[in-house]
Design a protein around this ligand. Structure first.
Ligand SMILES: Nc1ncnc2c1ncn2[C@@H]1O[C@H](COP(=O)(O)OP(=O)(O)OP(=O)(O)O)[C@@H](O)[C@H]1O
Ligand SMILES: [Mg+2]
Length: 669
C-alpha cells in the first residue's frame, strides 16, 4: 500500500468523475477528515476476484419457512438464477406489502435457496441512504478481507463496491425494506449485470425503476396454521380447530402469528385461551410482544411508523383508514367512501396514498384493509396520536353516515337497489358487530330497520329478526315508546316473526302495535292501516279466517277512503283479502278480486314490480284451487320466468312460485 500526498481539504465523493476511488488506476481513497490520516489504498476493483461463495445473509429464523410456493415460483421466473444472462443484464424485482406480511422473509428464503446460483449474494439494509451506503461499504470490506478499511469513509467504500459489482457480474443484491424508490435509483442505474431484489412497504414507484412488482398477500390458511404449530411446538393434532380459528382471527398475517405463537409458547397457554383474550382485547394483544421483551417489534409498532409518514402527508388518509376500520375488511365499495371529504377527489388521493404504503389494497371499485389493522384502528390508545378517543368516535360516526346515506329505498320491492344492498350488507354487518347496541344512534337505527326489511324480503330471517329487534329497542330508547318510528320498528319486528313462522310472537306484537297506532296516530293514519293489514295477515297465516276476513275488509274500506283506490297499500289490502277468500275455499270471491288487483298493479306499479309478480302467483293459486289447471299452469310458468329474471333464482318468492308450479303440474298430470 502506498501513501499519497493527498490534499486534506478534498472532500470525499460518493460518485461522479471526481471520485478518487472509483475506476481510477491509482486506487487511492481520500478521507475527508481534517486530521491527517493515512489514506487507504485499495486495489482497482476489477483486479479483485470474488471470494468463494461470498454472502452476508443473516441466518434464517429459527422456525421453518412456510407456504409461498407461488411467490417463490414467480421470483424464480423473473430473476432466473443460474441463467447466464445475469452476466449481461440487470433484472430488478420488487416485493411490496403490508408491514409484517413476510416480504423480508420471502426475500431471505429466496436468497438462501439460490445462494450458490450466484457469484455473490449481498443483503443491503435499504431503510435510509446511510444504511445502503454502509451495507455496500461492508461489501468492500469483505472483498478486501485482510485490509483494514475502518478508517475510510463509508461513501468511498460504497463507491468502490459499486465498481467492483459492475466488473464482477452474476451477483444478487437484496435491498431490504426500501423506504423510497429514489434511494435506490442511483444504484440501479449504475449496475448493469446482476439481479436486484427489493422489499418495501411501498407499492408505488417500482415500475419507474424498471422493476417487476410482486404484491405479497397474507399466508394461505394451511401455511398459517402450520406456522402456529411450529412456533408453539405443539402437536398438530391437539387443538387443531382452535389453531385454525386463531390463524383465521389473526387474518393469516405472519407477524401476528409469530407474536401469538411466541406468546402462547412462553405463557404455556392454549390456542383457545389466546383466542379468547384476543377477541376481547385485540389491540392490547397486538401491542404485546410474544417474547416478553418490551423493546421487541409488535404489530402495533410496525404499523405506527407507516401511519406517522402517511399522517404527515395527508391527515385525511389516516381518518379514512379509521373509517374503513368499522367496515368489513374486503370489498369496501370505493363509492361508499366518496362522501368523506368536502373537496372533490380528496378521497381518491387519500386512498391512493394508503395504497402506496400497502395499508390498503385498492382496485378500481373496491378497497380492502387487513382485519388486524382494522382492530387496531378501532381501539383508542392515549399513547398513539392516530388513535385518540375523539378521532376514533368521529370515524365511527362517519362510517355510520356513509352507510346510512348509501342505503337504497324500498328494500323489499326496489329490485334495482338489490345489488347495492348485497354489496353493503357485509359492511353493515361489520359495523353493527363492532358497535355496542347501547350506543346505537338514530342513523344506526335506520340502518338496522332498513337492513332488516331487505333481509326479510330475501328470506334471511334470523338476521332480519335480530336487526329488527335491535332497531325496536334502539328507537324506544332514543325516541320513546310511543314515537311513530318506534311503532314502525315494532311492526317490522312482528313481520320478521311472522315471516319466520313465529305467529305466537307476531300476533300479540301486531295487536299491541295496532292499538298503540290507533291511540297515538289515529284510526286513519296510513301506519295504522298497515298495522291492521299486517295483523289480519297473521290471522290468515294462522288459519283464522274468522278474524282475518272482517279485519281485511275493514282495512280495505279505510284504505280506499284514506289513500285512494290506486294506492299501493290499498292494492296490497285487496290482494290480501282475496288471499283469505281463496284460503277459505271461496274462489268465487277470490278470483275476480285477484284479477282486478293484478290489472291495477300492472297499471300502477308496472309489469315487473315484485308485487305484480305476487299477484300473478296468487291468481294462479286461486285458479288451481278452483280446479282450473288449464289457466293456473301457464300463469305459473310465466310468473316463474319473470321471477327468475327480476328477483333471482334463489329468491324466496321465486322458490315459492317454482314449488307451486311443480305441485300444479303433478296434480294435473
Ligand atoms: N413464509 C413464512 N414462513 C415462516 N415465517 C414467516 C413467513 N413469512 C413471515 N414470517 C415471519 O413473520 C414475521 C414478519 O415477516 P417479515 O419481517 O418478513 O415481514 P415484512 O413484510 O418484511 O415486514 P416489514 O414491512 O415490517 O419489514 C417474521 O418474523 C417471519 O419470521
Ligand atoms: Mg421487512
Amino acid at each position: 500500500m502506498t501513501h499519497s500526498a493527498a490534499p486534506q481539504h478534498q472532500a470525499p465523493m460518493t460518485s461522479g468523475a471526481r471520485s478518487p476511488a472509483v475506476g481510477t488506476n491509482h486506487g487511492a481513497i481520500f478521507t475527508g477528515d481534517t486530521t491527517v490520516q493515512a489514506p487507504l489504498v485499495l486495489p482497482p476493483p476489477a483486479d479483485v476476484s470474488t471470494p468463494h461463495g461470498m454472502h452476508n445473509l443473516p441466518r434464517p429464523v429459527g422456525h421453518r419457512f412456510v407456504g409461498r410456493a407461488a411467490e417463490m415460483a414467480a421470483l424464480e421466473q423473473a430473476l432466473q438464477p443460474r441463467n447466464e444472462r445475469a452476466a449481461t443484464h440487470v433484472v430488478t424485482q420488487a416485493i411490496s406489502g403490508l408491514g409484517g406480511i413476510g416480504k423480508t422473509t420471502l426475500a431471505m428464503h429466496f436468497a438462501h435457496t439460490h445462494r450458490t446460483d450466484y457469484t455473490a449474494v449481498w443483503w443491503i439494509d435499504a431503510e435510509t441512504l446511510e444504511t445502503i451506503t454502509s451495507s455496500l461499504a461492508q461489501l468492500t470490506a469483505r472483498v478486501n478481507a485482510g485490509t483494514n478499511t475502518s478508517s475510510a469513509p463509508s461513501a468511498d467504500l460504497a463507491e468502490w463496491a459499486l465498481t467492483w459489482l459492475d466488473t464482477h457480474p452474476g451477483w444478487l443484491l437484496v435491498f431490504d425494506n426500501a423506504t423510497h424508490p429514489d434511494h435506490l435509483a442511483p444504484y440501479l442505474a449504475r449496475l448493469t449485470s446482476g439481479d436486484h431484489l427489493i422489499t418495501s412497504r411501498l407499492t408505488y414507484g417500482w415500475h419507474d425503476l424498471g422493476a417487476t412488482p410482486l404484491h405479497l398477500d397474507v399466508l394461505a390458511p394451511t401455511a398459517a396454521t402450520s406456522l402456529l404449530y411450529q412456533l408453539t411446538r405443539s402437536d398438530p393434532n391437539s387443538e387443531a380447530s382452535a389453531a385454525q380459528e386463531l390463524a383465521d382471527e389473526l387474518g393469516y398475517l405472519p407477524l401476528a402469528l409469530e407474536q401469538a405463537g411466541a406468546y402462547i409458547r412462553r405463557t404455556r397457554n392454549t390456542y383457545s385461551a389466546y383466542l379468547h383474550r384476543f377477541r376481547t382485547q385485540a389491540a392490547r394483544m397486538l401491542n404485546t410482544p410474544g417474547n416478553g421483551d418490551p423493546h421487541s417489534i409488535t404489530i402495533a409498532r410496525t404499523w405506527r411508523v407507516t401511519l406517522d409518514t402517511i399522517a404527515e402527508r395527508d391527515p385525511l388518509a389516516v381518518h379514512l383508514l379509521r373509517v374503513m376500520a368499522w367496515l368489513a375488511p374486503h370489498d369496501i365499495p370505493r363509492d361508499l367512501l366518496n362522501g368523506i371529504a368536502d373537496e372533490p377527489d380528496a378521497d381518491t388521493d387519500a386512498l391512493a396514498l394508503l395504497n402506496d404504503f400497502s395499508m390498503i389494497t385498492l382496485t378500481e371499485s373496491t378497497s380492502a384493509m387487513h382485519r388486524l389493522l382494522q382492530a387496531l384502528a378501532r381501539t383508542p390508545d392515549a399513547q398513539d396520536p392516530h388513535r385518540s378517543d375523539t378521532a376514533i368516535s368521529q370515524a365511527q360516526s362517519t362510517a355510520a353516515t356513509l352507510i346510512h346515506d348509501a342505503l337504497p329505498d324500498a328494500p323489499e320491492t326496489n329490485t334495482a337497489g338489490w345489488p347495492r344492498w348485497r354489496a353493503l350488507l357485509p359492511h353493515i354487518d361489520a359495523y353493527l358487530t363492532h358497535t355496542h347496541p347501547e350506543t346505537d344512534t338514530a342513523e344506526t337505527d335506520w340502518i338496522l330497520y332498513s337492513a332488516s326489511r331487505f333481509l326479510r324480503g330475501q328470506g334471511r330471517l334470523s338476521q332480519a329478526t335480530q336487526y329488527a329487534h335491535r332497531s325496536a329497542a334502539t328507537s324506544a330508547r332514543i325516541n320513546g315508546e310511543d314515537h311513530p318510528d318506534t311503532l314502525a320498528s315494532r311492526n317490522n319486528l312482528a313481520s320478521a316473526y311472522a315471516s319466520a313462522g313465529d305467529l305466537g310472537r307476531a300476533i300479540p306484537l301486531y295487536k299491541q302495535t295496532l292499538n298503540d297506532s290507533i291511540r297515538v296516530l289515529g284510526e286513519d293514519h296510513p301506519d295504522t292501516l298497515a298495522s291492521g293489514n299486517n295483523l289480519a295477515g297473521a290471522y290468515a297465516s294462522a288459519g283464522d279466517s274468522g278474524r282475518a276476513i272482517p279485519l281485511y275488509e275493514q282495512t280495505l274500506t279505510d284504505s280506499i277512503r284514506v289513500l285512494g283506490e290506486d294506492h299501493p297499500d290499498t292494492l296490497a289490502s285487496r290482494n290480501n283479502l282475496a288471499y283469505v277468500y281463496a284460503s277459505a275455499g271461496d274462489s268465487g270471491r277470490a278470483i275476480p278480486l285477484y284479477e282486478q288487483t293484478l290489472t291495477d298493479r300492472i297499471r300502477v306499479l308496472g309489469e315487473d314490480h315484485p308485487d305484480t309478480l305476487a299477484s300473478r302467483n296468487n291468481l294462479a293459486y286461486a285458479y288451481r284451487s278452483a280446479g282450473d289447471s288449464g289457466r293456473a299452469i301457464p300463469l305459473y310458468e310465466q310468473t316463474l320466468t319473470d321471477s327468475i329474471r327480476i328477483l333471482g333464482e334463489d329468491h324466496p318468492k321465486t322458490r315459492i312460485v317454482r314449488d307451486n308450479l311443480r305441485e300444479a303440474r303433478s296434480k294435473s298430470g
